[in-house]
Design a protein around this ligand. Structure first.
Ligand SMILES: [Zn+2]
Length: 471
C-alpha cells in the first residue's frame, strides 16, 4: 500500500534546500553471527496451498457466498491437530462479524471450527507430517459500504482478501495478527487458485488470475479464473472500464480506467513502460503473463494504491497531481517484486516490502538513488519495528519510517556498497527469495556477503536491529 502523508510537491520543493548528512555510524565492533543471519531452519507452511473457490456476489445484499476447498501439505515437521485461517472480512474495520463459516471438513470429515475475530481455528483434526490434506468450508462475507480495499461504493466492489486464507506457520508459530488498516497484515505462502466467480452480468470483473471461460445466464455472468504462483486472489468489480493495453517486455499490461480518466491512464501506462524494464533488470523477471493497473475510488483521504498479485489499484480519482500518480503507480508495480514474488511478513517486518518498494519506485521514477528530497528520517521507532510496536497516535510515523525512512537507508547502503555490489546483492536477494518468504536476516545475509566490510554498524546506525526480528 502507499499512503502518502506529506504532499509530494512539498517534499520536492524542499529538495536542495537542505544539507542533511548521513547519520553517524556508531562504533559497534562486533559483526553478525552465523546464527543471527541463518534462516535455513525456518519452515513456512502449510505448503503448496491449492484453493478452489466457487463464489457468488449478490449486489443487492452486498454479500459473497462461496464454497472453498484448499489442499495443502503439512511440511511443519510434526502432526497437525489444528489449522488456522485469517478471515479478514471479519475485522472491526469492516463492521465486525461480517463473515460466517459453515460446514467445515478436513479430508471429508466434519471438523470443529471456531471463528473469533479474524481468526478461524479448525481443530480436532489429525494431519500426519508430510501428508497432503484438504480443508473445505462454506462461507458468507458481508461487504461493507466503504471506499476501501474491502468495500463497496456505488457499483464498485473491491474484494481484497475476501475468503478464509490459510495462516502461515513459521518460527513464530501461527501468524494471526489483527487487521491493520494503515498497512498490511496479509501474510501468505505462494499457492495456486482456481476461482469460479458469479456476479451481475453488467459488471466488469477484474481479477488476479487469467480468465479461462465466461458464461452468461440472464443477468448473471460466471467467470472461471486460474492463477499460479500467487499469494492472494483479488477481485475488483465495477461498471465496464475503458482500457489501454501494451506489451512491456513479455508482459501484457492493461490500464483499466473510468470515464474522464484518459490522461491519468496515459500517465500510468507511461510509468509502467518506464519502470517495469528497470525492475526486471534490477530484481529479475516478472513471471506472469499479465499485469493490470486499475483505477479504484478508495476515498478522498487516501491518496495511494493497493497491491495484489498481478492486479494493483491506484486511487486515481483522488490523486490529481501527475507526478504523484506516476510515483503511486510505480510503487504499486514494484510490489510485484517485494510482496508478490518475494513474500514477507508485513505485520512483523513491514520495512521489508514497503522500504524496498519505495526505494525501487523512487529509483526508477526519478532515475536517482540519492533521494535528496528526504531531508530527515524519523528515528523514534526503529526500522525493524513491527506494526504493533507503533502507538495508534503514531501511525504517521509508521508511514515516515517504513516508506521514506527505509528507502533513505537503502540509498545510503547503495553509497556504502557501491553501485555494482549493491545492485548485484539486491538482485541476488530478490532471485533467491522468489516465491518464498524473506526475513530481515535473509536481507542482511545477502548484503553482508556482498562486502568484506562489517555492515552491522551501518545497519544499526540506520535503526535496523536484527535482534528485533528474532525471538
Ligand atoms: Zn506499499
Amino acid at each position: 500500500m502507499l499512503k502518502r502523508l506529506v504532499p509530494l510537491l512539498l517534499i520536492i520543493t524542499l529538495a536542495g534546500c537542505t544539507d542533511k548528512s548521513e547519520p553517524a555510524t556508531p562504533p559497534t565492533a562486533d559483526s553478525y553471527t552465523a546464527d543471527e543471519l541463518g534462516t535455513s531452519t525456518i519452515v513456512y507452511g502449510p505448503a503448496a496451498p491449492y484453493y478452489t473457490i466457487e463464489a457468488n456476489y449478490d449486489e443487492t445484499t452486498h454479500t459473497v457466498t462461496g464454497r472453498m476447498t484448499v489442499t495443502f501439505v503439512n511440511n511443519l515437521g510434526e502432526p497437525l491437530d489444528e489449522v488456522l485461517f485469517n478471515v479478514w472480512p471479519n475485522a472491526d474495520e469492516f463492521g465486525g462479524a461480517g463473515a460466517d463459516v459453515r460446514d467445515v471438513r478436513v479430508d471429508g470429515q466434519p471438523a470443529e471450527a471456531s471463528l473469533e475475530g479474524t481468526v478461524l481455528t479448525v481443530s480436532g483434526v489429525s494431519i500426519a507430517e508430510g501428508a497432503t490434506a484438504e480443508a473445505e468450508l462454506e462461507f458468507t462475507v458481508k461487504v461493507p459500504e466503504q471506499h476501501d480495499r474491502f468495500g463497496w461504493s456505488y457499483r464498485q466492489t473491491s474484494l481484497g482478501s475476501w475468503f478464509p486464507t490459510l495462516a502461515v506457520h513459521d518460527n513464530h508459530g501461527w501468524n494471526t495478527p489483527p487487521y491493520f488498516p494503515y498497512g498490511e497484515s496479509f501474510y501468505s505462502v505462494t499457492g495456486t487458485f482456481d476461482v469460479t466467480f458469479s456476479a451481475p452480468a453488467d459488471l466488469e470483473i477484474l481479477a488476479t488470475g487469467g480468465e479461462q471461460s465466461r458464461t452468461e445466464d440472464g443477468s448473471t455472468q460466471t467467470v472461471h479464473f486460474t492463477a499460479d504462483d500467487v499469494r492472494d486472489f483479488f477481485i475488483l468489480l465495477n461498471t465496464p472500464y475503458h482500457t489501454i493495453q501494451e506489451q512491456i517486455g513479455g508482459i501484457e499490461v492493461t490500464v483499466a480506467y473510468r470515464d474522464g480518466e484518459d490522461a491519468a491512464a496515459q500517465t500510468m501506462m507511461e510509468t509502467a513502460r518506464d519502470v517495469i524494464p528497470r525492475y526486471e533488470s534490477w530484481f529479475g523477471h516478472y513471471p506472469w503473463e499479465t499485469l493490470t493497473i486499475a483505477s479504484a475510488d478508495y476515498s478522498s483521504d487516501f491518496d495511494g494504491g493497493m497491491e495484489y498479485p498481478r492486479l494493483v489499484t491506484v486511487n486515481t480519482p483522488h490523486i490529481e497531481d501527475d507526478e504523484e500518480l506516476g510515483v503511486t503507480a510505480a510503487h504499486e508495480i514494484a510490489h510485484q517484486w517485494f510482496y508478490s514474488l518475494v513474500g514477507s511478513n508485513p505485520y512483523r517486518e513491514p520495512w521489508l516490502d514497503e522500504s524496498l518498494t519505495t526505494f525501487a519506485s523512487y529509483a526508477a521514477y526519478y532515475d536517482t538513488t540519492d533521494f535528496d528530497w528526504i531531508e530527515t528520517v524519523a528515528d523514534d521507532y526503529s526500522l525493524t519495528s513491527s506494526v504493533d510496536d507503533f502507538e495508534e497516535d503514531d501511525y504517521d510515523r509508521y508511514g515516515d519510517i517504513m516508506y521514506d525512512g527505509g528507502a533513505k537507508m537503502l540509498s545510503y547502503l547503495h553509497g556504502e556498497l557501491g553501485d555494482h555490489a549493491f545492485w548485484n546483492a539486491l538482485r541476488a536477494y530478490a532471485v533467491d527469495r522468489k516465491y518464498k518468504i524473506a526475513t530481515t536476516a535473509d536481507f542482511l545475509r545477502v548484503m553482508q556477503e556482498a562486502t568484506d566490510e562489517n555492515l552491522k554498524p551501518f545497519f544499526e546506525g540506520h535503526q535496523l536491529f536484527i535482534d528485533e526480528t528474532l525471538y
